[in-house]
Design a protein around this ligand. Structure first.
Ligand code: ITT
Length: 223
């Protein structure tokens, strides 16, 4: 079954194609985004709007770069900061700090107009290369799979959310791959822009969220 990814960002689509067993089709639509400090709320709102636009089951992704020294900034404002301040200057600002730790956090949000089963409790899990995902997620104040039905906009369509987080460090730009903040985000001695898409996926916030989404789709589609 084809799954439709509503996003303006082809880099995200490439990553989803590496991960999901199902064929992924991009619907290039700039979904309106609410302003919120809560990535889950932004993603849920985005998924509902995308579903209403597409008229078919869809998923969206919302992600941001959270710099520890700036209490998480740019976080949910990453897109705006990327287009205004720019990646190079985010590096320069961070280079003045002693603490250059940061994390990418992301949420994959799925909406098909239906209700979802009750959400299981978070479980300890490893990624496909044996990394302990739960250890990274514990420090990042994310929760595991969730269903959201109300984000202050009344009786809203249910949205299923899958979170992912990866800790790293802000460094001077290196590498030509990836997109967005990838050149300044270092994980295990390499920036995300120095990794192939499958290498980035194996450790990234999006890869982690997509892994949970893929597991859920597979379970749901098993008779
Ligand atoms: P859509 O909303 O259309 O999906 P977008 O690129 O605007 O695409 P986001 O709002 O989720 O996506 O992204 C916020 C910013 O964070 C944006 O500047 C992205 O380039 C950046 N970003 C998101 N995921 C990233 C990743 O895996 N690597 C590097 N930068 C990323």
């Amino acid at each position: 079954m084809t799954v439709t990814f509503v996003t303006t960002n082809p880099g995200k689509v490439n990553e989803a194609r590496e991960y999901l067993a199902e064929p992924v089709e991009q619907l290039d639509f700039d979904t309106p985004e609410i302003q919120s400090a809560d990535l889950g709320a932004i993603a849920a709102h985005k998924a509902r709007a995308a579903y209403e636009h597409a008229g078919e089951p869809v998923f969206v992704d919302d992600a941001g770069l959270f710099v520890d020294a700036f209490d998480g900034f740019p976080g949910p404002y990453s897109s705006y900061v990327h287009d205004t301040v720019g990646v190079e200057r985010v590096w320069r600002l961070t280079s003045e700090e002693d603490d250059r730790a940061a994390s990418f956090r992301g949420v994959v949000a799925y909406c098909d107009g239906q209700e979802f089963e009750a959400t299981p409790e978070p479980v300890d899990r490893e990624d496909r290369r044996g990394r302990d995902l739960a250890a990274d997620e514990r420090g990042a104040a994310t929760t595991d799979e969730q269903v959201r039905t109300d984000d202050g906009d009344g009786d809203a369509l249910p949205v299923k959310l899958f979170y992912g987080v990866v800790p790293g460090e802000i460094v001077a730009p290196r590498g030509d791959g990836g997109f967005g903040y990838d050149p300044i985000f270092e994980y295990d001695d390499r920036t995300f822009a120095e990794m192939d898409p499958d290498e980035k996926n194996a450790v990234s916030h999006r890869g982690r969220a997509l892994a949970k989404f893929a597991d859920w789709l597979a379970e749901r589609d098993t008779p």
